[in-house]
Design a protein around this ligand. Sequence first.
Ligand SMILES: NC(=O)c1ccc[n+]([C@@H]2O[C@H](COP(=O)([O-])OP(=O)(O)OC[C@H]3O[C@@H](n4cnc5c(N)ncnc54)[C@H](OP(=O)(O)O)[C@@H]3O)[C@@H](O)[C@H]2O)c1
Length: 282
Amino acid sequence: MAVPVRDLCIVVGASNGFGRALAKTFAERFCAQTPAERRLHLVLVGRRQADLQTTSDACQPTGPARVDLTPVAEVDLANLDALDANVDRVLDTVTTNCRTLPDVVSPGLARYARATLILNAGTLGGLSLPVRDRSWRDLRTFFDVNFVAYTAFFTAFLKRVDRGVCSDHRTVVNVSSLLAVKALPNWGAYAPAKAARHMFAQVAAAEEDPAYTKVLSYSPGPLANDMQRTVRETLGDPEQKLHFTNMFDKGNLVSMEDSAHKAVDLILDNTFTSGCHIDYYD
Ligand SMILES: NC(=O)c1ccc[n+]([C@@H]2O[C@H](COP(=O)([O-])OP(=O)(O)OC[C@H]3O[C@@H](n4cnc5c(N)ncnc54)[C@H](OP(=O)(O)O)[C@@H]3O)[C@@H](O)[C@H]2O)c1
């Protein structure tokens, strides 16, 4: 008997902003591009249940329901004491709970054809101070959320979503920034964390067989959203502040939907070179 095929996508930082746009676009594109018998298990990770519910509602495309949604709330990346347990909670929904879903394959067979992990969660880390005025304690806290927690999900995914769980192909997406590859004044927390994330992704790409595992760092461009408003309002460097204000005034910021479409097309087309850094404007 033919077994229905299932794909997996986990979005860490799915509660709002670009993460919500990515989750919604992934569900839409998946349903538009894959055969009707194929299903998507979409795991939405964030802090607040209510925000994840809003993302869930946006991710169920009209027409025949082909998206199984699993929100995993109360995941605060700043809480390192709970990090292992939170990573396990997320991956348990993949390796354990999916076995109870109705169209699951026989024991011993891989449960997903393709698996994607999107690491989107991130913070700005303060933009008012130059490097000389930064405190290492604040930087350590910032790196906990933006780099340490990122590595925890990244490594656990590679270990646990193995060939027994995912048969054909898996992808890890690091939501990056131009600041990962270009130094600008006042980004003394954000830029080094994004650079570290990209290098970690590149090392993984060098280690893993790209026929099975690919890694993408995607820089979404300056988005028309709340994070970008905070940039305009708090950036200590007058030149950049003017630049971003002008972009906003002229309507030149990138829409989250456009950037999410580009990211999801890259993931689903799967023609990028593993370990590369691709910008929305590329
Ligand atoms: N906005 C831009 O112009 C821009 C440009 C380049 C790159 N990016 C990158 O795009 C990604 C998404 O940013 P965004 O623009 O959508 O900003 P955002 O709306 O502030 O989204 C940040 C995401 O990170 C999550 N997050 C923050 N701290 C967390 C914590 N301690 N524990 C768990 N989750 C946490 C937020 O969850 P909550 O909802 O719980 O706060 C939210 O889902 C980030 O990695 C950012 O660096 C953004």
